[in-house]
Design a protein around this ligand. Sequence first.
Ligand code: FMN
Length: 300
Amino acid sequence: MDRKIAKAAQRHFVTGVGLITSSGSVGQNVMAAEWTMQVSFEPLMIAVFIHPTATTLKNIKETKEFGVNISTDDQASLVNIAGGYSRKDLDKLNVKGSFRFYKSRYIKPPMIAGCVVNVECKLVMTKKVGDHTMVVGKAVSIRYNKARKPLVYHTGRYFKLGSMLESFRKTVKVNEKTFEFFSKETAGKFILKCVGAQIRSHQGLLVSKYTRNKISHEIIPLTIPQKGKDYRKTILDHLKKLGLDVNLKKKPILKRLLLQNKKKVQRINFVLYEGNLNSSSSVNTKQWVLKLDPLLKALS
Ligand SMILES: Cc1cc2nc3c(=O)[nH]c(=O)nc-3n(C[C@H](O)[C@H](O)[C@H](O)COP(=O)(O)O)c2cc1C
């Protein structure tokens, strides 16, 4: 690997910056760590990757606790202090007009005020990973302020979060019956995931009649796959059950739709496979449609 390219490429990752507070024989301290991340939901755990020369690492190893304070986009000057000096050189937390802190509930180090998230952590493990040490802490107290926005660190510079991206979901206006047919399937899920087959011939698009929850609906052959089951195999099995002998292409097509009926909306992701019927399949001619409703149009 070309070291020069690697060094430049590394700067193109994007992170936030944690302000890591600690206390120990060297005194109370704060360091900046872009390599701060959540690594477990339950229990909630946070990992910070710290260079062995940092005073923070010595403090954490001594006291087995630390504070994680995720910096906001108006705290770049604090990050510069925490990351630009070592506690060996400077009592950073006491630089005039800089950090405001509050007393922690369960650990000794103070927490930094005005951050997006503050987490009090008890040390679970340390492990040397390359030239840094991974420090993993279990959260014993957490709070956040949703009005604040995190600082973004990229190419050695600080940024604000930009605007939110569109969800790239196509809105399809459907009638009440179609909406109910799908929304009953969702069982409260935020996104309904379906797998279907696009089977075309000169007679049109192949649809199948489904009756679920007392609602009958004609739609392309589709089913709801089980979690962890291969989508292509699932739809092939489903087609077989429908008595359809089909050649399916290998490449899946992903359609992310937002079904809308008046004020009601439902997110549905369709994974579709193109295919054609083998001559052995006996298909009732009624199963082909040429005139496509908005949903069939979106799925064709
Ligand atoms: C934006 C920024 C991000 C940083 N991220 C890390 C990091 O993830 N890990 C690390 O070991 N040092 C990181 N540093 C450098 C430390 O903050 C720096 O070495 C600091 O002086 C250590 O302080 P201490 O010796 O008082 O613990 C970063 C510095 C800056 C400015």
